[in-house]
Design a protein around this ligand. Structure first.
Ligand SMILES: Nc1ncnc2c1ncn2[C@@H]1O[C@H](COP(=O)(O)OP(=O)(O)OP(=O)(O)O)[C@@H](O)[C@H]1O
Length: 261
């Protein structure tokens, strides 16, 4: 049996002032090289759940309760400095807008090599060469130009691949991606899904947020359907998407089939 990598138990998130419950009692169990997809309409708490797992929620603003175990370590108990050892190395994050997670003034090569140096004890030149190889593995051909570009000089899809390359080079154990295909056309969307599945084949677990049921179907694994901060249904992707038990999941699927009227 595969080893558990991420175990989220009874995760609840509240805004402190004024008090507002945003997420309640979410449970996620993800094995090494497994996949979990979070689905649900806008505002259902998917991003908040990811940000809590990543330790990105400001503790003065948000109250986060529950237990988040990653690779045997309780993430919520970690101090800020200890957390940086996990994020960007063992756990890679792809935010909704990759542009916002990168420094607009610094070249991609310098930024990415900087992350790898920090976590892998490499010399600058070696980190850059490791990253360049990973860019090729992420399907980017024009690697020299990309290394020398600043984030705003690349497209959203290219930036996303730059982050996928970072996960490849950093040998991430878990990738958390928040709506990684929303800004992509159908061809790039399919390519991005392929890249995620490739990462998974290399032993990386995936936690993916999406609105796109086709993406969820292709990623497979486990799905968790969220509504208003709560989990309404979860199970194997095939079963939930083909034969949803909750009325809300059926509504979501029906809405997609009806499309715009
Ligand atoms: N910085 C914030 N301060 C206060 N409330 C917030 C903040 N960010 C999000 N929320 C609230 O938390 C709830 C969950 O938002 P979240 O962004 O997690 O939804 P989501 O499911 O990811 O939506 P989307 O699919 O549109 O990205 C919403 O009610 C939202 O208004």
């Amino acid at each position: 049996m595969s080893k558990k990598l991420l175990q989220v138990e009874q995760l609840s998130i509240a805004l402190k002032n004024p008090h507002q419950q945003l997420v309640r009692d979410i449970n996620i169990s993800l094995e090494e090289a497994g996949a979990t997809v979070l689905l649900g309409q806008s505002g259902s708490g998917k991003t908040m759940t990811c940000r809590a797992i990543l330790g990105l929620l400001n503790r003065n603003t948000f109250q986060v309760d529950g237990n988040i175990q990653f690779d045997g370590v309780s993430l919520l108990q970690l101090k800020e400095k200890e957390r940086t050892l996990y994020y960007g190395s063992k756990i890679a994050f792809m935010p909704q807008n990759p542009m916002t997670s990168l420094d607009p003034s610094r070249k991609i090569g310098v930024q990415m090599a900087g992350f790898l140096k920090l976590h892998q004890d490499l010399k600058g030149k070696d980190a850059l060469s490791l990253y360049e190889q990973a860019l090729s593995r992420a399907g980017l051909t024009d690697t020299k130009r990309i290394l020398g570009s600043r984030p705003y000089q690349l497209s959203g899809g290219m930036l996303q691949r730059c982050l996928i390359a970072l996960a490849i080079a950093g040998k991430a154990k878990l990738v958390i991606a928040d709506e990684p295909t929303t800004a992509l056309d159908a061809i790039h969307r399919d390519k991005a899904v392929e890249q995620f599945l490739h990462l998974q084949e290399q032993g990386c677990a995936l936690l993916i947020v999406t609105h796109d049921f086709d993406v969820a179907r292709h990623i497979g694994g486990h799905v968790l359907i969220m509504k208003e901060g709560r989990m309404v249904e979860q199970g194997r992707a095939k079963e939930v998407l083909q034969n949803p038990q909750a009325a809300y999941t059926r509504e979501l699927i029906e809405a997609i089939h009806l499309g715009w009227r």
